[in-house]
Design a protein around this ligand. Sequence first.
Ligand code: ADP
Length: 420
Amino acid sequence: MTEVQLQEFKLEPDSELRFEVESKNEKVVLEVKSGYAELFGTELVKNKPYEFHTGAKVAVFTWHGCTVELRGRTEVSYVAKETPMVVYLNVHAALEQQRVAAEQENTRGPVTMVVGPGDVGKSTLTRILLNYAVRMARRPIYVDLDVGQGQISVPGTIGALLVERPASIEEGFSQQAPLVYHFGHKSPDENLELYNTIVSRLAEVIAERCEHNKKASTSGVIINTCGWVKGAGYKVLTHAAQAFEVDVILVLDNERLYNELKRDMPKFVKVVYLPKSGGVVERSTSQRAEIRDSRIREYFYGKRTPYYPHSFDVKFSDLKIYKVGAPSLPDSCMPLGMRAEEALTKLVPVWASPALAHRLLAVSFSPAADELALHSNLAGFVCVTAVDSERQTMTILSPQPRPLPNTILLLSELQYMDNH
Ligand code: ADP
């Protein structure tokens, strides 16, 4: 059901306004008229209009009470008095104590991992905790291991960012100089060996960087993870916990996972159970696909601030495209001394063909097609928008003008239809 165009809400202390924008090409404008409010941990400026578009699912929370106005068509809009925000604030306060101790003792700040099944608010809690930390003048590191959503860069990658200011309401965290590693699939189970390899690598690089950046080191790390928590998914989580040497695991809304982690984690790891917010919205498979698609569109075209990508033709012969992972064979069929799993992190050349149309290609910083390519940060992404077999060329959509850097390109399974 659609609701009226202009709505005003009076929020009491400790309550939140939740709304969703669903209709196609719809825009909803939010303004705080009086009092103080925040959106997933970022303070809202009074009388400043903020725009939300199709697919937005939002909560405006207030600690002290406020009046909020919404202009535009919302699918749902209601005020909720029951929220877990006080619990989340207590978590922040506990992490802050650890940061203070780290500063005094010249040690590392808390490394926190947020886990739980899909759609329980993991990304949202990560954002809230990062925002609260940076509002206390900390410089925490944000790690995103959720290849399905890929909030840093595009889906199919994992990455990390140094957070220096609160997330922008409309554009999220500033994407300056992120560390990004190629995975190329939407779920870790497509290649567990590769996933664990790049998670370990990212953890190593962050540990190295923290050695040279005391402020980041004492501020700690907050890690968002995939919603895959059973079977091999559980192993992936425990591997990440080990690789990052986490101090705290926040488990959202899953007692089984909480108990398993309590049982399996070393004693010095604090495993904390947290309730999920009643406001978190479940997303269907098609909604997830749409979110992925809009992440990629934003990568090339920007969100609020528009980007102007370039489009140009490249000869097949000028491209060095590889995919990661040779077909896996039993150990007995492998060359002597090589394990079957090793094949999963090998680079295999891919010949340009019409099958590559609409695929994303990761631009590696690595000039050579060896193991180092997997261990090096990505320069960015391009998308193959068309393939001309007769002329032996491909049309490439790229954030940078031609030519493509003379490095290798890694093929992603993710596709993007550029009908901008
Ligand atoms: P997860 O990372 O566990 O998959 P998310 O944090 O992405 O879950 O949350 C799922 C969706 O719910 C997102 O679109 C998010 O904006 C929305 N959401 C989270 N918390 C709230 C809330 N309190 N009220 C309304 N929507 C919310």
